[in-house]
Ligand binder design. Structure first.
Ligand SMILES: [Zn+2]
Length: 702
């Protein structure tokens, strides 16, 4: 039994969560109590709001207080669902999630609050009270209220509420089924011919997985080895396993994940698309994509598709040439004549061989130079050089949810504390969601300022799924894992280095979806800068830095198969827009027909007939990227163009980098959602963005 007095989920957002105390049994009573408390706040605000003379302090501050109180407690549970998933936690989450969604919808649909906000905006138009940042917050709150159905009455309103609840449940179920389906498959290998080509580190990981599955005597040298659909295992195997039939088996299992039996996401895909369209129509939009784009920087489906088309015409020919190169290489290097047709499960393997032949290095060779602790030191040194902040380990100063999790503090160079973040670096397939992400625990905010301070300081979660340390040696990072870490650190920087004190516009809050990847993708560019990358390196055995010659190969390989890589993202981007814009749920076509239609333009090997990728497309069916996947490319244009400002200043010129970094920090990182993203970009760059730098970096410029 737990009482609310001792429930760690109910502690105020001024303390760090007691991850060492939180148990699944705290979730139901804790979240119920929070919901009740926030309902009380909502009712008080609705009673007191003056629709004719609302002020910022009496209306917007209380809105932030409600969002923060609920978001803090439920955010912790949400976070644990992603990093410490378990049946009891899931059960508790499923029980209370509808109540939270209902309350959030109720706040969003509150007529008294909406009328108060409209009145506040009208007063501000008369030139009173609000500064431009506050004005933007109010505009966005009004827009979000309208998109939350505030204008709906009677049956339409009820139906809208029901759709919201159903969608939340469906996307949670989509994710859980995907996780379970990923866990349910394993390829247990026992013979030495099964593992030909696999690097030693992979075999160690596979033996460890076999031991975790109960095969206690498994070793890297003698097996058995367990290969799974978890990210590092799947991609490692597809790149290195010489056995084509086993790659095919693994590919087919991966592409069919969560598409049959008791873990079938197909009905969920249908239901989600149908409900989203209905939701959009209730709000007066033609399609769900129109709804989604109305709150984004791109603004319209047409402008998002225009950018994708521009990139498609620059990359399709290159992708065809990329594939032809791989095919020629495969045939030349001994693929049997009867299997000379290149298939999906050949591409990663033969691409990796071609890369090794051309650039004469292997991913394995590179990894040895990048033990995680060393990479972190180098990353923090970069943050100091470019953004003038000091990152220091503060392990032990915050409870954590797993022994591998680290805690760091961020200070200005004169020692002032600015922010903190947790880092959860390794993959834990049994309980942790795949991929990498940044999430906020708390944001910078004036109204939660502790005594003697101007604002509450931001705290972030930085989550990666890197290869775990094996048998005592540190985690060795692939180049891709380093890029991912830089990417998520970019998000973390925007959350932490904000100078906005309005809680509803600080950090990444209030930033349009398609602009939010600017700082993250910007940071990836540094991985291709010699001094930076060499600064991250120290060979795990010889302790030597990455040699110049190896760096040059990495840099040259950046544009390797850029056509195929670009096309892959464009395919997802087009598919997502097509499903949410032109697809008719319940009509003659299925979502899988749409997938094939899009693939005909935006892939170079058509999907195999049993391809069920949509059942694992968690970005758009579980995460928030619905009718927004294009934003990766949209933001990449912004981020490449932003990095070009550093190139123009001279990457080797310390002072020029620091000066440009100061400008980047004062605009993109500091202003967050307090100004429109186009204005923020222009403040930094002095002009609107162009695709030139992205095409140049990708080797796709004419
Ligand atoms: Zn990102």
């Amino acid at each position: 039994m737990t009482t609310n007095d001792s429930n760690p989920l109910l502690r105020p957002a001024t303390t760090l969560p007691a991850f060492d105390e939180i148990r699944p049994e705290h979730v139901v009573p804790g979240i119920r109590a929070l919901v009740k408390e926030v309902e009380g706040m909502l009712e008080a605000l609705e009673r007191e709001v003056n629709p004719h003379g609302a002020s910022w302090d009496s209306l917007v501050d209380p809105i932030e207080r409600m969002q923060d109180r609920l978001g803090f407690g439920f955010g912790i549970v949400d976070h644990l669902m992603s990093v410490r998933n378990s049946p009891p936690l899931r059960e508790a989450y499923d029980e209370v999630e509808p109540e939270v969604v209902k309350l959030v919808t109720r706040i969003g649909q509150s007529q008294p609050i909406y009328r108060g906000l409209v009145a506040l905006r009208a007063q501000a138009s008369a030139g009173k009270d609000l500064d431009p940042a506050q004005r933007r917050v109010v505009d966005k709150l009004i827009q979000e209220a309208e998109l939350s159905g505030v204008g709906l009455e009677g049956a339409a309103r009820e139906r809208f509420q029901q759709i919201r609840l159903e969608l939340a449940e469906l996307s949670t179920r989509f994710g859980n089924q995907l996780l379970d389906a990923t866990k349910a498959f394993a390829l247990d290998l026992t013979k030495s011919e099964d593992i030909e080509g696999l690097p030693a580190s992979f075999l160690e990981m596979a033996a460890q997985a076999a031991r975790a599955a109960g095969n206690e005597t498994a070793t890297a040298a003698a097996g058995p080895w367990r290969v799974t659909l978890d990210g590092p295992s799947y991609t490692g195997f597809m790149k290195h396993a010489r056995r084509r039939d086993l790659r095919e088996t693994l590919y087919r299992a991966h592409i069919r994940r969560a598409s049959e039996g008791s873990l079938d996401n197909r009905p969920l895909v249908d239901a989600i698309l149908r409900l989203r369209l209905e939701e959009a129509k209730l709000l007066g939009f033609e399609t769900y994509a129109d709804l989604s784009l109305s709150r984004k920087m791109a603004g319209t489906v047409a402008s998002a598709e225009k950018l994708l088309e521009e990139l498609l015409s620059a990359s399709h020919g290159a992708a065809v040439r990329d594939l032809e190169e791989v095919r020629a290489f495969m045939i030349e290097h001994g693929a049997a004549a009867d299997s000379a047709e290149i298939r999906h499960w050949d591409v990663p393997y033969w691409s990796e061989r071609l890369r090794e032949a051309r650039y004469d290095y292997s991913e394995e060779q590179i990894r040895k130079f990048f033990p995680l602790p060393r990479v972190l030191d180098g990353l923090f040194a970069l943050a100091k050089r470019v953004f003038a902040v000091e990152v220091t380990a503060a392990d032990g100063e915050a409870p954590v949810w797993h022994p591998d999790v680290r805690f760091f503090k961020v200070r200005s160079l004169d020692g002032e504390e600015i922010a903190a973040f947790y880092l959860d670096p390794y993959s834990r397939p049994a309980e942790k969601k795949g991929g990498a992400w940044m999430n906020e625990l708390v944001g910078r905010s004036r109204i939660f300022a502790p005594a003697g301070r101007k604002a509450r300081l931001p705290v972030a979660y930085l989550i990666c799924n890197g290869s775990p340390p094996v048998d005592g040696s540190p985690s060795l990072m692939t180049f891709r894992e380093i890029e991912t870490l830089f990417h998520e650190f970019g998000h973390t920087l925007q959350h932490m280095l904000t100078r906005v004190d309005l809680g509803l516009a600080s950090g990444i809050r209030n930033v349009e979806w398609d602009a939010v990847e600017l700082p993250s993708q910007f940071m990836e560019n540094w991985c291709y800068h010699r001094d930076t990358l060499v600064g991250l390196s120290e060979h795990v055995e010889t302790k030597t830095p990455l040699p110049d010659e190896l760096f040059e190969k990495i840099r040259a390989s950046r544009t390797f198969q850029a056509g195929l890589a670009t096309l892959r993202q464009l395919n997802f981007g087009f598919l997502d827009l097509e499903l949410h814009h032109r697809f008719v749920p319940g009509g003659p076509q299925t979502p899988f027909d749409v997938q094939r239609k899009v693939a005909a333009r935006a892939t170079v090997i058509p999907p195999i007939p049993e391809d069920r990728f949509l059942c694992a497309f968690s970005h758009i069916f579980q995460g928030g990227y619905a009718a927004g996947y294009y934003s990766y490319k949209w933001a990449e244009v912004l981020s490449a163009d932003a990095f070009a400002a550093f190139e123009e200043a001279g990457l080797e010129r310390t002072e020029a980098v620091a000066e440009t970094g100061r400008r980047f920090r004062e605009t993109v990182l500091a202003l967050g959602g307090s100004e429109s993203p186009m204005e923020v970009f222009k403040r930094f760059r002095g002009r609107e963005p162009t695709t030139e730098a992205l095409l140049r970096h990708s080797g796709l410029a004419y």
